[in-house]
Design a protein around this ligand. Sequence first.
Ligand SMILES: C[S@@+](CC[C@H](N)C(=O)[O-])C[C@H]1O[C@@H](n2cnc3c(N)ncnc32)[C@H](O)[C@@H]1O
Length: 451
Amino acid sequence: MSAPAGRPRRIQPASRQQPEPPGLAPRRVAIRLVEGVLSRARPLDGALEADHDPTGFRALDVRDRALARAIAGATLRRFGTIRTLIAARLERGMPKKAGPLEAILATGAAQLLHLDVPAHAAVDLAVAAAKSDPDARRYAALVNAVLRGLARDGAPEPAPGDDLPAWLYDRWRKTYGEEAAARIADSLAHEASLDLSVKSDPAGWAERLGGVALPTGTVRLASGGLVTELPGFSDGAWWVQDAAAALPARLFGDLKDKRAIDLCAAPGGKTSQLAAAGAEVVAVDKSAERLSRLNQNLSRLKLSAAARVGDAATIALEPADAVLLDAPCSATGTLRRHPDVAWMKRESDVASLARLQAQLLDSAVRLTKPGGLLVYGVCSLEPEEGERQIAALVARNPRVRIEPVTPSEVPGLEDAIDSAGCVRTLPFHLPAEDPRLAGVDGFFAARLRVG
Ligand SMILES: C[S@@+](CC[C@H](N)C(=O)[O-])C[C@H]1O[C@@H](n2cnc3c(N)ncnc32)[C@H](O)[C@@H]1O
């Protein structure tokens, strides 16, 4: 896995004479997606959305795209156990300079163990993928042997946390205790629901879309199918947003005709909420590219906000009644939706992100009018980015105090309110009989009054 970042690997058809086996193209893309995450920290969704697509994802038809995404997602969701199972079958460890060998084995194992793919197809196509790569070709027999062994023997039931990097699971055990950490790990094994924020009439949209309206107002559907094909998408009636991620913007209460600043705004889920609630919004993000996605999203939703490219730590703006800081974070609360995040982050990222968040918070206080509200949120399960960040802010700035969230503001998630009056959701909150409709992202939100 040593090709320079961004350049497509030279994976070629097995032979110029023979036609490519059916089903090989989406497997090759899945292999490149997984390799991108593991070797280049290239996010799965980034690769799926990038204008420059080194994986070949965009060249696939809709069905093959869904298959490639499903294989890559299952591989990363179960990568901890898959890696251990593969290592146990490699006497001399993973060979070096073997191109995409690890990703070929891992995606093959995910198909065998976690997806409804016949064993012969999973093994034969992994072998074909190996043969079509100049660096992995010499390991085709090894791929065959490892995957046939896995198909024959299956996999033992994993222990809690086996699918996660050890550093991350250890943190959760320390922070939340053994039982809650195991419940978090268990809920990450399932694919997340599709959550929608609607401009109005959640019950009506839930019925039209065949979903349920959560007590918080989010419309929830079992995921699957193309979001863009669902009723209401092209009319701009709703946008995709996890139920927990939809909480912070609601904590401002009535925003009609108030000025709001959304710092770190792109791609605009929370800006859309603020604008739909009647606020005059300035949306700030340091990424012009991501802000252009925010503008596209707002235009589909027929909502408006003034988009400003800038650094939220230093930007000069007229202070506003409401300031939302959805800060960049380790995103460890989003692993149900983004299993790649677990394998791209390092433990040291938590401390460096916490330093950045503290700077952004100081700037957010500066941009809040005296008497106004500042809402801080992160999609992280790490207390340094959430609870401790707010405790430190309140301790260093006497202008700031926590305005506790009340149970009626987070119906269905009352247990998520902590002793300080902040909201801490965990992925196993919002249980449901149907696992496809259960859970939320791990999120932290604090509402602060700035004096
Ligand atoms: C968690 S995402 C925001 C999601 C967004 N609030 C939403 O609801 O759709 C974090 C965003 O922060 C932006 N960002 C990171 N550092 C920043 C900074 N110093 N100033 C402004 N934006 C920043 C990133 O470009 C990214 O778009």
